[in-house]
Design a protein around this ligand. Sequence first.
Ligand SMILES: [Zn+2]
Length: 196
Amino acid sequence: MDKVPLPPAPGTAEHLCLALANSIVMLPGGQRADELNTPGNATAWLISHDLAPEGTGLLAYCQRQLTDLRGNIRRVLDSHTEGLAPDPGSLDGINRALTAVPSAALLRYGPDEGLLRVPGHPLTQLVDHAMAQIAEDAAALLTGPDAHRIAHCASAPCDRFMVRTHARRQWCSERCGARRRANRAYARKQDKTPAR
Ligand SMILES: [Zn+2]
């Protein structure tokens, strides 16, 4: 996996939608780290986030579907942090993921077990079901009590999202904070250097 070389941003462990959004990041060197850069890595990402059972074989359609959903979630998060109306196409994409599979467990009857509830999705819909869970998390986060704390890391070029742990938190990680402070100190020094 093309691992993102930073500790998880605040809120990522609690929110699948942030985990997906932050599975790609721009690094200071100008390179992108992308944890979904191959179908195999996309499948591994699903397994590592408990969205597919251990040992799931390569899911051929997984990468494209997940990266599309990631783009839609990132665009909606972006407009939300800017206080702008979201792109309707991106909202549609999230809604398609929300409604592609039945989310309710169905009522079944077995001669031995009697009545029981079973998930309505066959294994072939594993990716759809995973995406529904991520989209559900995005919809809940964006309309829930923490919606106003969603923020974009302020240390360019980092483009990760987080849920602020306190009102003034601006960076997704110690490393981003240190880089921003170093850049500011450098800029101040440049300002004070007398012009020749
Ligand atoms: Zn950052």
